[in-house]
Each structure stands twice: as C-alpha cells, then as structure tokens.
Design a binder for this molecule. Structure first.
Ligand code: TRP
Length: 329
C-alpha cells in the first residue's frame, strides 16, 4: 500500500528559488512513491491577511502554475485549493472541540509570529487556531508523511497530539499519526546575505524574466572586504558562490571561479555574469512550461483536484461523525 503524503503552501506571494530547492524538488520526487496531495492553503493565508485579502485568489493560481512548471504533475498528484473542500473547516471545528487552549497558546510559532508580524491584528481566535486547521488538513487525507520545513515542526507535533487525543476520547483509531519529512534542510540564503524573505525582497522569483534576474544577480552581495578584484576574497558563505554551487551545473567552471576569487584573479562582474547565465539556463525550462499554463487550464486542474480531494475528505468525515455519534451528512 502506498503511503499518503500531504503538504501545503499559503498563497501569499510568488514562489522563489528558495521554495524550489527547499521544497518543490522534493515534492516532485515523492510523486513516484506516494499518493500525494498538494494543497493551496488559502484559509491559512486569510488568517493573517483577512484585513486585506485582495490577492489570495490570484496568488493561488500563480502558485499552482509554479508547482506545475517545477514538475508537480496533476496526473500523478492531487492538486487542490483548501477552501474548495469544505470538510477542512468541518474537521477543524471538530478538532477545536478537543484542543486545549494551552496547547495553542504555548505553540512557539504562534508566539513568535504575534511578536514579529507587525501592522496586523493577529491576536484573534482564528489565528490562534491556525495549527488546528493544519491538523485537519493532514488528518482528512490520512497523511502518513508531511513534507515541511523546520519551522513547521511544532505544528506537526500539535497535529499528532490532537489526533492522539481524538483516538483516546472516542476509542477508535481512524487516523494515521503523521510524521514530518524534513525538506529544505539548508535554507537558501537571500541575495543580500540575509534570510530570504518576502519583506526583504531579496529573492529571485520563479516567474522573474531574464532582465529582472540579471538585475538581481548584478546587485547580489559578495565578500564586502574585497573592494578591488585583485584582492583575495572569501567564497565560503558568499551568496554568489552558494548560488553557483546550487544552480551552475558546470562544476569545473565553478571550481575555477572559486580558485581565482580566492587568489584575487577574477572580478565580481565575471562571477556574476556566469551566475546569471547559469540561473537563466536553470529557469528557462520552468519559464517555458509556465508560459503554456493558462488560467483556464489551472481552473480545470483545480476542479479535478477538488473532486478527488473531496472524495477522500468525505469518507474521513463520515468516519469522524460516526465516532461522535453524529451522523448527519
Ligand atoms: N502552515 C504551512 C506553512 O505555512 C502551510 C500548511 C497549511 C501546511 N496546511 C498544511 C503544510 C498542512 C503541511 C501540511 O508553510
């Protein structure tokens, strides 16, 4: 029996190279081995964007285009939007009945976000319940495995706890206890050597065209001590070389550049020029695939995905309602 995999992303903006090396390339690989469910978590996005929910729908479509152009295959995986499958909210409601407030208030991600996200009123009932909805996402599809980054581990632990409590209360095991599958162990550094983040605008989006990529590469942070190109420079921890290593398949060229950089025999411009060429080669097939993806096609993929997701979700909800002796459907 193939195991089920579920993961999701919030549609809060364009995907970038960090998502690709962190998550999407893993997701694409899982498709051969598992039953995969890939979900656009639009309700989760709304939990922080509810005051100005303007772009969520557009971003959902763009994210799905990014996924498909990076090799997520609608023939192999179920691609769907959370809000198109009503059972997510239904199961989240049930889970909320048995989730103690203390578990949610203690959640490190919650505390951190309340502190760090400025300019939004997040001290809400809905935002506190973020991990409850995430637990429902996972349990609805009986996911054994959940590919996530480190930052999501507290949510996975809460999902396991909620599921265990459900089993204990109703004396019936209907869910798998989900295991995280850590993806993106090495977070890609931002172009300016800070953490890659939407608010710093320091990333290359998968949908950036060649002109934008060029501009971004030429403005990348390098060794700040190297004020002239005949001064030896550091390649370790230098974003330009980190990107070369990840995206330039010509290993000899990369070695040669590193060697010359360390000995003060190459200018930043040459290093960046070659990185720009490598990145464009890397992005070209993704861009080309993306060009063919119309909104109409994405619409079809999502309608089909929602149908498949609903079939599974409905079955789970029937089992859940039986446990609760409430069988209306
Ligand atoms: N919270 C996740 C994130 O921000 C997105 C998400 C929502 C998710 N539901 C999920 C991830 C279920 C894995 C499984 O990245």
């Amino acid at each position: 029996m193939r195991k089920n995999v579920l993961s999701g992303m919030r549609p809060t903006g364009r995907l970038h190279l960090g998502h690709l090396v962190g998550a999407l390339d893993n997701w694409a690989g899982f498709q051969e081995e598992y039953n995969c469910f890939f979900m656009v978590a639009d309700w989760h996005a709304l939990m922080s964007e509810y005051e100005r929910p303007l772009d969520i729908r557009r971003n959902s479509f763009e994210i799905v285009k990014d996924w498909i152009s990076c090799g997520i295959d609608p023939e192999k995986s179920v691609i769907f939007i959370q809000s198109m499958v009503q059972e997510h909210l239904e199961l989240a409601m049930v889970f909320s009945l048995l989730t103690p407030l203390g578990w949610l208030e203690r959640c490190t991600t919650y505390k951190e976000q309340l502190r760090e996200i400025k300019g939004r009123m997040l001290a809400t009932y809905g935002f506190l319940g973020y991990p409850v909805l995430q637990a429902a996402d996972i349990a609805l599809y009986n996911a054994h495995l959940v590919p996530v980054g480190m930052d999501q581990l507290p949510h996975l632990e809460l999902a396991r706890e909620i599921i265990r409590k459900f089993h204990k209360l109703y004396k019936k095991r209907i869910f798998e206890e989900p295991e995280p599958m850590l993806t993106g162990s090495s977070r890609l550094v931002g172009l300016d050597n800070r953490k890659m983040s939407k608010s710093y605008d320091n990333f290359i989006a998968l949908s950036d065209g060649p002109d934008i990529v060029r501009k971004k590469v030429y403005s990348m942070y390098t060794d700040p001590n190297r004020v002239r190109s005949d001064i030896p420079g550091r390649t370790e921890g230098n974003p330009v070389f980190i990107y070369h290593e990840l995206f330039n398949p010509d290993k000899e060229e990369v070695e040669d550049l590193k060697q010359r950089y360390r000995t003060g025999k190459v200018g930043d411009v040459e290093v960046k020029k070659k990185l720009n060429a490598a990145l464009n080669d890397f992005l070209r097939p993704i861009r080309e695939k993306r060009k063919d993806l119309t909104d109409g096609y994405v619409h079809e993929v999502l309608a089909h995905g929602a149908e498949k997701a609903r079939a599974v979700a409905k079955k789970t909800m029937t089992a859940v309602k039986k446990c609760l002796h409430q069988i209306a459907d």
